[in-house]
Ligand binder design. Structure first.
Ligand SMILES: N[C@@H](CCC(=O)N[C@@H](CS)C(=O)NCC(=O)O)C(=O)O
Length: 204
């Protein structure tokens, strides 16, 4: 049994989709971010970084209970546990890991900053908006070019797609027109109709 700690957010949605896709047994625990649940001493034992998502696998791969944090690490862990969405051949696996790291180090942080400066900053900061929105556009362009030559980001459906989908689907939040990225649009539609993704999006 896996205890899954989450809240409504793209990073939480990645893990939700992976759990639904793999069919691993899990129990969802809601973390109230505005109440500061993620900074309590009990939660910091699970994720020392004080953020969602995190999991505790009561039957860890090493035999004992294990806590995992950082959505990319959780996706890799669940891929190893389930044997799904991460190829066993070395070249395929490293392709997936390259695109997963690109999501974790590029898409996630840049889109989060773009969203903050566009929608939540207490005062307008035009230079920050310009910096992060133009980087967001560039990153969408990278994925769009990749998807012009492959059906899915690393060739076939993998944890690279599961990591990227929750961030790219909210393109409107960054003022982007998805018509400018037709391959991303096609890919978003294909993923959004997967039953596991529909179930994940239906969780309030
Ligand atoms: N790199 C981390 C980012 C996690 C993250 O930023 N979580 C946000 C929600 S999307 C959070 O918990 N924010 C609450 C806080 O910072 O106190 C991951 O991918 O797991």
């Amino acid at each position: 049994m896996i205890d899954f700690y989450t809240s409504s957010s793209p990073n939480g949605l990645k893990v939700q989709i992976m759990l639904e896709e793999t069919g691993l047994e899990y129990e969802l625990h809601r973390v109230n971010l505005s109440e500061g649940d993620q900074k309590t001493p009990e939660y910091l034992k699970i994720n020392p970084n004080g953020k969602i998502p995190a999991i505790v696998d009561r039957d860890g791969l090493g035999g004992d209970e294990v806590a995992i944090f950082e959505s990319g690490a959780i996706l890799l862990y669940l891929a190893e546990k389930s044997g799904e969405f991460l190829p066993v051949d070395a070249n395929g696996r490293w392709q997936v890991i390259s695109w997963l790291m690109f999501q974790m180090a590029g898409i996630g942080p840049s889109l989060a900053q773009a969203g903050y400066f566009l929608n939540r900053a207490p005062e307008p900061v035009p230079h920050a908006v310009e910096r992060y929105v133009s980087e967001t556009e560039r990153l969408f362009g990278v994925v769009d070019r990749r998807l012009s030559e492959a059906e899915f980001i690393a060739g076939y459906y993998s944890i690279a797609d599961i990591a990227s989908f929750p961030w790219l689907r909210i393109h409107q939040r960054f003022g982007l027109d998805i018509a400018d990225y037709p391959n991303v649009g096609r890919w978003l539609e294909a993923i959004s109709v997967r039953p596991a993704v529909e179930r994940s999006l239906a969780v309030p």
